[in-house]
Write a protein that binds this ligand. Structure first.
Ligand code: C5P
Length: 205
């Protein structure tokens, strides 16, 4: 069973995807981490994330980079969203994601284009979203817990910029895949959102 989970930044898609993977005993891939590694590698190389050549070169990042704690930062998230615009970068990361998705026994993948591009044949497609205020507030408290010195307005502006970039790009823009089950968790607890996701999987299989 392939489960595709897509959605915008800080929508809670990672939490839902991880919980589904644990619930169904499936391997899980956070595809955003691949784009983050490319963004981080461009930075380490002193390259320009908006330059397609520099970004493509960075797709040969070493596997160890996936464990770098810097990958989770807002800065790296911004770099990831810039390198992910280049079709050559998306193409270079395609095989890795596709192989993971189609492994024996199935998998759960989360990202922006899993249900539309990477696994349009997924058994279950879930699109997770929430109001921008909700997403910004969640990300803000998460960052403050980690001791980051940021304002809610800064986070909201950052999220808005990433949403716009992800939705406006011509190659694999963020959109709801055909047949996807949409979970807007703005007014839901984590448990309610998880229950809705399990319900979607059960309805589809
Ligand atoms: O999900 P996450 O915030 O880690 O993703 C970082 C960035 O990587 C996103 O803003 C998006 O631009 C890009 N991305 C993508 N396609 C994916 C996953 C992430 O373009 N499947």
């Amino acid at each position: 069973m392939i489960i595709a989970v897509d959605g915008p930044t800080a929508s809670g898609k990672g939490t839902i995807a991880r919980a589904l993977a644990a619930h169904y005993g499936l391997p899980y891939l956070d595809t955003g981490l691949l784009y983050r590694a490319v963004g981080r590698q461009v930075f380490l190389d002193g390259g320009n994330p908006d330059d397609g050549g520099d970004a493509l070169a960075a797709t040969s990042f070493p596997d160890g980079l996936l464990l770098d704690p810097h990958l989770r930062s807002e800065e790296t998230g911004g770099l990831a969203s810039r390198v992910s615009i280049h079709p050559s970068v998306r193409q270079a990361l395609f095989a890795r994601q596709r192989t993971f998705a189609t492994q024996a026994g199935g998998a759960v993948l989360d990202g922006r284009d899993i249900g539309t591009v990477i696994a349009p044949d997924a058994d279950v497609k879930i699109f997770v979203t929430a109001a921008i205020e909700t997403r910004a507030r969640r990300r803000w408290s998460e960052m403050r817990e980690r001791g980051a010195d940021v304002t809610l307005n800064e986070i909201a502006a950052d999220i808005r910029a990433r949403d716009e970039r992800d939705a406006a790009r011509t190659d694999a823009p963020l959109r709801v895949a055909e047949g996807a089950f949409v979970i807007d968790n703005s007014a839901m607890t984590r448990e309610q959102a998880l229950a809705a996701a399990v319900e979607a999987v059960e309805a589809a299989r």
